[in-house]
Design a protein around this ligand. Structure first.
Ligand SMILES: Nc1ncnc2c1ncn2[C@@H]1O[C@H](COP(=O)(O)OP(=O)(O)OP(=O)(O)O)[C@@H](O)[C@H]1O
Ligand SMILES: [Mg+2]
Length: 355
């Protein structure tokens, strides 16, 4: 009996000992668990901090990118403004210099016509009154071919008159184009601006050794006067028209003269009133079109596909700025490669606030 009791006690003691060991192990593993949780939390918070820092630096990167972009665009604006104001000053200067002399000619042609008419009448009366003139005079009259001279005199005067008229129109257009006198916005007839820009671009539209004339199709409709900075809008017309001419010339590089003759280069200018307060000007060319790869960057400053020295890549960036920011309008386009491109300007007729 004694041995059984001792045996049980011994087993009990052993079990208790094992229990204590297990208890300690449990406590230790609980402690480890706590520590692990703690370090996990620390790591998590560190990770969160790192993520936040990453986000912050990304935001500041975006901000810097934005600043660089707006700096670039400001730089572009400056370069173009400088270029255009130089051109504007030159054009205005030339127009001013031509204005006076052409007005002398224009103003005097009328008198020349009147005098010529009188001299001719007197000559005719002389001839009627004295049909028998001395032979030397007769000889001289034949030598200068008086009959032809009198007949041609009218034609010469007529062509001088139309030439002088044309020069006056050109001077007017040049002044209209530069419009340096206008620092503030004005109500103008937009067609006049388009016409004077076309006149300045005549040399690019005319036929040359590589191609026939680029045809200009004008689909103008009656428009109300538009409140705008006329000089700036003329810059936009100029940029869009030059691009259209370039696109036409580019497409010719891949065509034979016969193909060009079959489908000549053409630029269509369409104007229309959209509703009570908006007008639209669309310039369409049948040039090479704009490839997909160029579309996302088309309005970016300095984006150009033209050879070095030909394009600065500023035309569309500046045009966009002038239309969207200075006139609260829109400048969009529609293009199909190989078919052509249309640039569409939409403008409010009146500016709500001071522009
Ligand atoms: N009508 C068009 N048809 C085809 N491509 C065009 C047309 N207009 C613009 N582009 C494309 O857009 C690019 C950017 O035009 P943008 O007028 O801004 O610059 P650019 O004409 O190259 O140089 P510039 O500063 O002398 O105007 C052009 O290089 C051309 O590839
Ligand atoms: Mg251009």
């Amino acid at each position: 009996m004694m041995t059984v009791a001792t045996d049980v006690e011994a087993r009990l003691q052993k079990l208790e000992k094992e229990n204590r060991v297990l208890q300690r192990k449990l406590e230790r593993s609980e402690r480890m668990c706590d520590e692990l949780e703690e370090t996990n939390e620390k790591k998590e918070s560190l990770l969160r901090q790192i993520i936040q820092e990453l986000r912050d630096s990304q935001a500041s990167l975006e901000e810097r990118k934005g600043k660089i972009k707006s700096l670039k665009s400001a730089q572009a604006q400056l370069v173009q403004t400088e270029k255009m104001s130089g051109l504007g000053q030159l054009v205005a200067g030339v127009a001013h210099e031509i204005n006076n002399p052409i007005n002398f000619i224009w103003g005097n042609i009328q008198y020349v016509e009147e005098y010529a008419y009188e001299v001719r009448a007197i000559l005719e009366q002389y001839q009627a009154a004295f049909p028998n003139i001395p032979p030397e005079l007769q000889e001289y009259m034949e030598e200068v071919d008086l009959e032809f001279l009198l007949e041609d005199f009218d034609n010469v005067l007529k062509s001088m008159r139309s030439g002088a008229k044309r020069i006056r129109e050109i001077v007017l257009s040049l002044r209209n184009f530069s419009r340096l006198d206008e620092a503030s916005h004005k109500s103008v007839n937009i067609h006049e601006g388009i016409e004077s820009t076309l006149l300045i671009l005549q040399h690019r539209l005319k036929a040359n050794s590589k191609r026939p004339t680029i045809q200009i199709q004008k689909n103008y409709t009656d428009l109300p006067h538009l409140e705008c900075y006329p000089g700036q809008l003329n810059q936009v017309f100029m940029n869009l028209l030059v691009n259209a001419i370039d696109a036409c010339e580019d497409t010719n590089k891949e065509r034979t003269p016969a193909e060009i003759g079959d489908q000549p280069n053409q630029i269509t200018i369409q104007t229309q009133q959209l509703d009570d307060d908006r007008i639209q000007i669309a310039i369409t060319d049948n040039g090479k079109g704009i490839p997909e790869s160029a579309r996302s960057r088309l309005f970016d400053p300095f984006f150009t596909t033209k050879p070095v020295g030909k394009g600065t890549g500023l035309g569309l960036a500046i045009s966009y700025q002038i239309i969207a920011e200075h006139h609260h309008g829109t400048l969009t386009y529609d293009s199909e490669v190989g078919q052509g491109t249309t640039f569409i300007i939409e403008l409010p007729i009146c500016q709500k606030s001071e522009i």
